[in-house]
Design a protein around this ligand. Sequence first.
Ligand code: SF4
Ligand code: SF4
Length: 260
Amino acid sequence: MKANSLQALVEQFISEYRGGSLTSWWRKPLVGVAEAQDPLFRVLKRKHGFLLPEEIVNSARSVVVIFLPFAEWIVESNLNPGPASREWALAYLEANQLLTNLADWLAETLEMKGFKSKPIAPTGEFDEEALISNWSHKHAAYVAGLGSLGVHHMLITEEGCCGRLVSIVTEALLNHRTEPLEEACLHKLGFECLKCVAHCQFGALTATKLNKQKCYEVCLSNAKLYIDLGLADVCGKCACGLPCSLKKPTADIERKLFYS
Ligand code: SF4
Ligand code: SF4
C-alpha cells in the first residue's frame, strides 16, 4: 500500500466518522510510516524500555502513526490559566475514541489483505505509579518522521503539537520515512522561546525536565472536574498559545532564510 492511499483511507474514515458530525473539531490528519527495523526503535527500548515493533507483531515490517490535530477553536478554548477547558477535555476523549476506531479498522483492513496487524490505542496501557508505558506514540511518530519532541515533551508536527496520536504495527511493507529527521523546537534549535514553560503555572515543566507526578496530579484534578464526560485526565496549558501549537514554528524561519 502506498503512503498516499493510506492518507486517503485515513481522511475518508475521519470525514465519515459519526456521519461527519465532528469534522469541524479536527484539521487534516498526518500519516507517517516507520520501518519496523529502524535502529531508533532499539535505542528507544534501551533508553525507555518501550517494546520493539516485532514484540507486538512478530513479523512486523512497518509502524503506521497517525496524528489528528485539533481545530484552532479547541486550542483557543484552552488558553486561559486554570483548569483545562471543557472543549479541550471533550476533544481529547472524542479524538481517543475516533483514533481507536480508526486504528482497529485499519488493522482489520490490513489483516483482510493477509497482513497480521495490531492497533495500539491512543491512551494505551500505562503504569499509574511509575507513569511509564510500554509504547510511546510520540516516539514512534518521531521515527516515522512526523515531527520532533519539544521542551514540553510533546510532538511538534507540521500541524503543531495540539492533537492526539495512534499507532498500528503491521507486517505489511509500506512506504516508510527515508528523509533525515529534523528538529522543530525553537529552544532546542538555539532560538529564544520557552513559552511552554511559562504557560505551566503548576511548576511541573522546566526547560530541562517534566515532573510527571506533578503534571499527572493536575490532569487528575481536571478529570474530577469533568467526571461527567468520562476520564479526561488532561491539562494541555503548556501546548496552547505557543509558536508550535498549530504549526511547525521553524517553518517561518526556514521561509525567511530561503527568501533572504
Ligand atoms: S513553546 Fe517553544 S520551547 Fe516550547 S516546545 Fe514550543 S517551540 Fe519549543
Ligand atoms: S500538561 Fe499542564 S501540568 Fe503538565 S506540564 Fe503541561 S501545563 Fe504543566
